[in-house]
Design a binder for this molecule. Structure first.
Ligand code: ADP
Ligand code: ZN
Ligand code: ZN
Length: 668
């Protein structure tokens, strides 16, 4: 029995007479656990009578397994790769209402028929009348894999507006013609999502949209539609991978570089990586698409593991917007309150509004970590061993590296320009919204960030406002750079590109580059050419300068060289051990104990152990947090150490929690 708890071994129960004639793997079973009951998954039957104390199975919930053989095997792979229990992993394959303490039966009436409102369907004018040369060439390469039912990984590296979505739709058509199901992953999904609209229009009745705002009951309905075969094209966020399709003939991951594909709690899987394993099992093509592929996928394409498909031009040869980099060093706005706004961007906003264009201001505040930088020349402070921005620790007024725990004193003057204004920086979206309202009192202004996007109604209003033109300036976090397609947006301003650049994360340059190009992708999608302003104190940084010139190869080459030099993916494999505790001393001692154990296991396996270091967000939700970073030459070495650690009972004591994160994405 696989029980959905964090313990990684299986449990044995007695199957009383008359409960099941032929028990099958994957059936859900109600069993006593601790002092109550829990729904687990039947993994197998002992061949010989089991010696020892066992409790009785209370009830078999499903007369036949609701999970197929391929899904079961995928769950086994995931559990082992990510170091979680099989039961927890299997839970991912079921809607929440069928998990855990519930023993609901699946045989029931579905209440509502799902229906997509017609305004979300594409208008015929929005569909292309013929493919571009590049699209045709891409389809000639990819379609045979879908028709011949074989595993084939593709990386579609196509600039924003090059028409990737239609490739996904055509691949899906081919898979559906084979009588197979399709999974389309998007980082975030609402009904308004561009990709969702394309799929709903192409496959009106057979699409299941697993968007984030579905209630548990509606999610169960959709799950049911898929399981019963009524829907076989599943469009959704990362969990759409686990939809109960009978057969999978294509998996698409749009915006494959997006970090939303990483699940950060529970089973910390990466949907893009799981998609590839799944494609192998089902013998199906896997299409990863992006304008700004991750370094990992880029490297896999260069190594020939993925077939690279390039779309280098926008459809109808619409020009890419010009990118202006505004150097924010040394010249602060005389109006102190407005120090975040350069005269250049201000002027461009005025011009754009006069021409009735729309403006998007983008500010990256996600995972905001306490880092210092010189307010005059922009210089930050990096770890001499890891090339990572040091994090400021208020309690002991120290700078620390949260990879290797290197420490140093706070600089009093900037090492570069000797200025004394070394400080934590950055205005938030809210302040920017206020300032903009004061500057442009007659203009429709909206803010889109974590706070405002919580409300469905608010999001819808913003969307409508953008569509109708009632909103002329939108201020937002990275949310705003994703999948927007409003032809009237002609100006995009990246307010402070350095916020992302100075995050203590080895991917900070990659992310900054991606965000700038994605933001630029929002501009000039209509008739009028767009323009982009990037405000930064690091105008010469390779992430910013390559984005400015759309120089992809320069960015990837420079970044790969640095990754190799400092030992990060795609050259090394990483795992993060996270330790957290309510009490600082207990947690600190725990972290040291885990370090000891890990170091012992790592000997001679080509695995480097760094830390323990306080996490950059050291206190979070009432916990103190530490991390130990494992850097390995191979995945095999990494997993040997991990297995050892998971089996060891030693370091796991009361008072602190240890979690493993394989291929970590969030380093904060
Ligand atoms: P991407 O995802 O690569 O940024 P999209 O798939 O969103 O690009 O396509 C951008 C726009 O171009 C969409 O409005 C789409 O309908 C349109 N489009 C795509 N292919 C063609 C084509 N062959 N001819 C005309 N318009 C097209
Ligand atoms: Zn300085
Ligand atoms: Zn370091």
């Amino acid at each position: 029995m696989a029980v959905p708890i964090a313990v990684r071994h299986l449990f044995t129960y007695r199957l009383g007479d008359g409960l099941s004639v032929s028990p099958q793997r994957g059936q859900r079973v109600l069993v006593p656990f601790k002092k109550s009951f829990v729904v687990g998954y039947l993994a197998g039957v002992h061949a010989t009578p089991f010696e020892g104390e066992v409790k009785d199975v209370k009830e078999i919930v499903d007369s036949e397994p609701l999970i197929g053989e391929e899904a079961w095997q995928l769950a086994e792979w995931m559990a082992s790769y990510y170091g979680r229990s099989l039961g927890e992993t299997l839970d991912l394959f079921f809607p929440t209402l069928l998990r855990g303490g519930w023993k609901r039966n699946v045989h029931r009436e579905r209440k509502r028929k799902s229906k997509v409102p017609s305004e979300f369907l594409l208008k015929p004018t929005e569909l292309p009348s013929q493919y571009t040369v590049e699209q045709t060439a891409a389809l000639n390469i990819m379609l045979p894999a879908a028709r011949e039912r074989r595993f084939a990984p593709f990386l579609v590296h196509g600039i924003t507006g090059s028409g990737k979505t239609i490739l996904y739709v055509e691949m899906a058509r081919a898979a559906v013609q084979q009588g197979r199901g399709v999974v389309v992953l998007v980082p975030e999904i609402g009904l308004t999502s561009h990709v969702a609209r394309h799929f709903v229009s192409a496959f009106p009745d057979r699409v299941a949209l697993l968007h984030s705002k579905l209630t548990s009951r509606r999610r169960w309905d959709e799950w049911d539609r898929i399981r019963s075969g009524q829907a076989d094209v599943v469009v959704g966020a990362r969990s759409a991978l686990f939809a109960p399709l009978k057969d999978v003939g294509l998996i698409v991951a749009d915006e494959e570089h997006d970090h939303a594909y990483k699940q950060e709690d529970g089973v910390t899987y990466h949907a893009r990586d799981v998609a590839l394993v799944m494609g192998q099992r089902w013998k199906a093509p896997v299409v990863l698409g992006s304008a700004t592929p991750s370094l990992e996928s880029h490297a896999n394409a260069s190594r020939g593991k993925y077939r690279l498909i390039r779309l280098a031009r926008r459809v109808s040869d619409r020009p890419l917007p010009d990118v202006d980099v505004v150097d924010m060093r040394f010249k602060r706005n005389p109006d102190k309150r407005l120090s975040w706004l350069s005269p250049q961007l201000h002027k461009a906003m005025v011009d754009t509004l006069e021409r009735r264009g729309q403006v998007v201001l983008f500010l990256n505040r996600r995972g905001f970590a306490p880092v210092l930088r010189c307010m005059d020349c922009g210089e930050g402070v990096k770890c001499p061993h890891c090339d990572i921005t040091l994090t400021y620790h208020k309690a002991d007024r120290h700078m620390r590296c949260h990879y290797c725990d290197h420490r140093q004193d706070l600089p009093e003057v900037c090492s570069e320009c000797k200025s004394t204004s070394v400080a934590m920086a950055g205005a938030g979206t809210q302040k920017i919204e206020e300032d903009i309202r004061a500057l442009f009192p007659q203009t429709g202004i909206a803010r889109l960030d974590m706070d405002t996007a919580q409300s469905k109604k608010r999001r819808f209003e913003i969307m409508e406002g953008m569509e109708s033109g009632a909103i002329q300036i939108a201020v937002g976090t990275q949310m705003i750079t994703k999948g927007y397609h409003y032809p009237q947006i002609t100006l995009v301003g990246v307010v402070d590109a350095d916020l992302g650049l100075f995050l203590p994360d080895f991917r900070s340059a990659e992310r900054t580059y991606q965000q700038i190009l994605q933001a630029a992708g929002r501009a000039g999608r209509g008739e009028q050419k767009g323009r982009v302003f990037i405000q930064t104190m690091s105008p010469d940084h390779h992430a910013i300068d390559s984005a400015k010139h759309y120089d992809e190869s320069r960015f990837y080459e420079t970044e790969l060289r640095l990754r190799r030099q400092w030992g990060y993916p795609p050259y090394k494999r990483l795992a993060m051990i996270r330790i957290r505790a309510r009490h600082e001393v207990v947690g600190g001692e725990g972290a040291l104990a885990v370090l000891q154990a890990t170091k012992q296991m790592a000997g001679g396996k080509g695995v480097e152990v760094l830390g323990p270091a306080p996490a950059p967000l050291y206190r979070l939700r009432g916990h103190y947090r530490w991390q130990i970073l494992l850097k390995a030459d191979t995945s095999k070495g990494l997993h040997e150490v991990m297995e050892g650690l998971l089996d060891a009972k030693g370091p796991r004591r009361a008072g602190y929690e240890v979690r493993l994160d394989v291929d970590p994405v969030n380093m904060l």
